[in-house]
Design a protein around this ligand. Structure first.
Ligand code: COA
Length: 662
């Protein structure tokens, strides 16, 4: 208890020191510097980004900062040529920092550690690039990466872009079938994988998943396999073992590409139907992501940064791999969970051991630690004084979680909001521009320079301050955002720019207050957020509907104190089916989509609320499950189904205090 009080005092002191330090802005909501930068980025974007683009080494300087002649297909830095790999790796060697640590690998789950200098990183990346080149990979070709959190995964990403090729990293929690749809869509020349990933309760064999996915895709693809000691994979005729070949291959140089050439494709939201491959361009991405490290996150070259997200997600791409390396900020690659590998003290250990200055995680990870260590006893065992800020993203951070984290981590906890599509934060507290470190509760910060965020009502007019609406960004979007969807320009246009012409539709609902703070409320489309992972409910439905025992199905998200949301399957069974439908569906989702969907709640119902045009009124179902008041939309064909659904939900402990839908 005494310790706790001491910790609390330290925390308050630290917070007030931090606020005093930047304290010019306590009391005022945004700094003058921030306001000037935001205004200039919107009023004279070419001048603004042109100046910032000097932070990158260009092989050939751009002809123009922006070409916006064909919106929404804006071109940033057309005519420019660069290698992002050069800027993230070789540049630091050339500038005399070759011995400095680039990557710190900390595997809490295997109890292994490693520090990789820029010299060593350059050597390994250029050799793997040499091997990929021998396997026929060249500029514009795709390489699919399916690996756990080992340094070789980052080496694989960097080696791919070194050749001007394009990677698509697929998170290891996705199953073979989901992997195969992405293989079919991306048509990679080579797949890079590992023999296994390691989860607290089991070793996950990756290789059989890759073999099965390649078989399902019907393609013949070479697979470069990194063998891990924990599980040696069987090797087939199209496989190459990393350890056998890479050391003997001479390294190759960086291949510069055009600014708008793709850097990577990242598939979003569990896509069993037509995959949605978000494509990011190289030039804008290099410029903006390097800039964000100091401007948003307050990290300098030589600082140490810890983004605890898997490389398979956008946060892992941007803030475990590329942005810190571009900024010469040491990056920690952490393999393990926030809890249970082996205890809830691991994040704090990492902070102390490597003197971490800034950290980035998801609220769900904080809730997991809080659940197991409410009083922060593990945190107290470690010296956290090196830490300056904790950033959270991936889902909305509720105020209780933020307050608890501020008390335990002893630093400001700052929400920032962004999407796979945007590549960096749209709203945040911009440390480098002196925004207040004590934003109001429940907000996700203010627009980052480059983002003209508006709240629109259904009729397309602007909402008043504090009025709920759709959050959109006025075009052009800044550099560093997606340029299109892979092989789907029309879909890109129709998905994001059709509903509100002239704006990027974030598909999130929210509001802006009178000071310009943005509050993000809920997804307006079918995406749910499970443990910081975005999943598509229609993709889950598609898997479930393919089961012969299912007549109809709807998947909706229900609130969960740990993971934010969990999927619930509301199933109308076929009466003639005699199997154990509940269990079979859980196994089917695990096998087809992946364990990451955390799909376990299956509830049988007699019917579902459909509109006349056949759409399921999912929002009413998730509101009902969460115990909220539901107004039945007038277009629902058979409103009586709600009574039965409510009873079924209540039998499973949901919708407990929900009033009857009207
Ligand atoms: N490879 C294979 N399987 C994986 C995997 C991987 N890389 N990652 C997760 N899985 C599996 C897990 O083993 C688990 O399977 P199980 O049902 O057999 O237990 C399932 O997918 C769900 O995993 P996860 O979402 O990690 O849940 P969890 O209950 O194991 O852990 C948390 C809960 C909150 C600790 C964890 O979700 C977490 O750390 N979340 C933070 C996520 C994050 O940082 N997101 C990025 C946004 S910034």
């Amino acid at each position: 208890m005494g310790l706790m009080n001491l910790n609390l005092r330290r925390c308050l002191k630290h917070l007030s020191d931090n606020v005093k330090h930047k304290g010019r802005f306590l009391g005022s909501v945004s700094s003058q510097k921030y306001q000037v930068e935001l205004d200039r980025s919107l009023q004279v974007p070419e001048e603004y980004w042109g100046r910032i683009s000097e932070n990158i080494i260009w092989e050939k300087k751009w002809d123009k900062v922006m070409d916006n002649s064909n919106p929404p297909f804006v071109k940033w830095f057309p005519g420019g040529e660069l290698s992002l790999c050069y800027n993230a790796v070789d540049r630091h060697v050339d500038e005399g920092f070759g011995d400095e640590t680039a990557i710190i690998w900390d595997s809490a789950i295997t109890d292994r550690k490693d520090k990789i200098s820029y010299n060593r990183l350059k050597d390994e990346v250029s050799r793997v690039a040499g091997l990929l080149s021998r396997l026929g990979v060249g500029r514009g070709d795709r390489v699919l990466i399916y690996m756990p959190m080992v340094p070789e995964a980052m080496v694989a990403m960097l080696a791919t872009i070194r050749l001007g090729a394009v990677h698509s990293v697929v998170f290891g929690g996705f199953a073979a079938k989901e992997l195969s749809t992405r293989i079919k869509h991306a048509e990679p020349k080579v797949i890079i994988s590992a023999s296994c990933g390691i989860e607290p309760n089991r070793i996950v064999k990756y290789k059989p998943n890759v073999d099965e996915a390649i078989r399902l895709s019907g393609l013949e693809i070479k697979n470069l396999v990194f063998q891990r000691d924990e599980c040696i994979a069987d090797i087939g005729k199209n496989d190459i073992v990393w350890q056998d070949v890479v050391p003997g291959v001479p390294g190759v140089d960086c291949v510069p590409v055009g600014s708008m050439d793709p850097l990577y494709i990242l598939y979003t939201s569990g896509t069993t139907g037509e995959p949605k491959g978000v494509q990011h361009p190289t030039g804008g991405h290099a410029v903006v992501n390097k800039w964000t490290m100091e401007t948003i996150y307050g990290m300098q070259p030589g600082d140490t940064w810890f983004a605890a997200s898997d490389l398979g997600w956008i946060v892992g791409h941007e803030y475990t791999c590329y942005s810190p390396l571009l900024n010469r900020t040491k990056t920690i690659l952490y393999e393990g969970k926030p809890v249970a590998t082996p205890d809830p003290g691991q994040f704090f250990r990492v902070i102390q051991e490597y003197q971490v200055n800034g950290m980035f995680t998801a609220p769900t990870a904080i809730r997991a630690i809080k659940k197991e260590d409410q009083n922060g006893e593990y945190a107290q065992k470690y010296d956290l004084s090196s830490l300056r800020y904790l950033f959270v993203a991936g889902e909305h951070c509720d105020y209780d979680t933020r307050l608890w984290a501020e008390k335990i981590f002893q630093v400001p906890v700052l929400d920032n909001w962004w999407q796979t599509e945007t590549g960096h934060a749209m709203t945040s507290t911009c440390i480098g521009l002196g925004n207040s470190l004590n934003p109001p509760k429940d907000v996700s910060g203010m627009p980052v320079p480059g983002w003209d965020m508006r709240i629109l009502k259904e009729d397309g007019t602007e909402a008043e301050a504090n009025e709920l609406g759709r959050i959109v960004a006025k075009l052009p979007m800044p550099p560093g955002c997606m340029s299109t969807l892979f092989r789907a320009d029309q879909r890109f246009h129709d998905t994001y720019f059709k509903t509100f012409p002239g704006y990027y539709d974030t598909m999130d609902a929210g509001m802006k207050d009178e000071n310009g703070y943005i509050k993000v409320m809920a997804r307006d489309d079918d995406v749910i957020n499970v443990a910081g992972h975005r999943l598509s409910t229609s993709a889950l439905e598609e898997v479930i509907l393919a089961h012969p025992g299912v007549g109809d199905a709807a998947v909706v998200g229900v609130k969960d104190t740990l993971k934010g949301q969990l999927p619930i399957g509301l199933i109308v069974p076929r009466l003639e089916y005699t199997g154990n439908l509940r269990e079979e569906l859980v196994v089917k989702v695990r096998n087809d989509l992946g364990a990451v969907a955390a799909f376990r709640i299956v509830i049988m119902v007699k019917g579902l609320p459909r509109t006349r045009s056949g759409k399921t009124a999912r929002k009413t179902l998730s509101d009902l499950a969460d115990g909220k008041k539901v107004k039945i939309p007038p277009t629902i064909e058979d409103p009586s189904v709600y009574g039965d659904i409510k009873l079924a939900l209540q039998e499973h402990g949901y919708a407990l205090n929900a009033p009857d839908p009207e």
